[in-house]
Write a protein that binds this ligand. Structure first.
Ligand code: RB5
Length: 149
């Protein structure tokens, strides 16, 4: 599996721990930045990761900003992206099982690096539930088809 990862200065506190977890699992990581704590604009990193996932170059993505919110809003503007802002292991698990989220978003000012790692584990280890959830996700895709040009 190949995962794209990206963050802004608010999310960079989580990045090393998340990278170590992914590499420890033998997952190939495409790191789209940022690379230090200088102030940057989160939509740039959201777009870079979302394009990796939307194009199929990476199977999944992980984004981190201060809250996880702005970077997720931006990523969800890219066709085919289901980016979920999660705050704990439960929401990370549900985002995989119910929503088939292909990008996990977390806030460096919201969760600790240790919790972020637990959330990544839960998100990666939880399969999509399918069934009734597949129908609902298909309805999300139908909305996308209606409004994306
Ligand atoms: C940057 O200060 C902050 O606005 C950003 O990291 C994020 O929280 C936006 O949603």
């Amino acid at each position: 599996m190949k995962i794209a990862i990206g963050c802004d200065h608010g999310g960079i506190v989580l990045k090393d721990a998340v990278l170590a977890e992914l590499k420890g699992r033998g997952i190939e990581v495409k790191d789209m930045g940022c690379f230090d704590s200088s102030s940057v604009d989160y939509p740039d990193f959201a777009l870079a990761v979302a394009e990796e996932v939307s194009s199929g170059r990476c199977e999944k993505g992980i984004l981190m900003c201060g809250t996880g919110i702005g970077i997720a809003i931006a990523a969800n503007k890219v066709k085919g992206i289901r980016c979920a802002v999660c705050h704990d292991v439960f929401t990370a698990t549900m985002s995989a099982e119910h929503n088939n989220a292909n990008i996990l978003s977390m806030g460096g000012r919201v969760v600790s690096p240790a919790l972020a790692v637990q959330m990544v584990r839960a998100w990666l280890d939880t399969p999509f539930g399918g069934g009734r959830h597949a129908g609902r996700v298909a309805k999300i895709t139908a909305i996308e088809e209606k409004y994306f040009k």
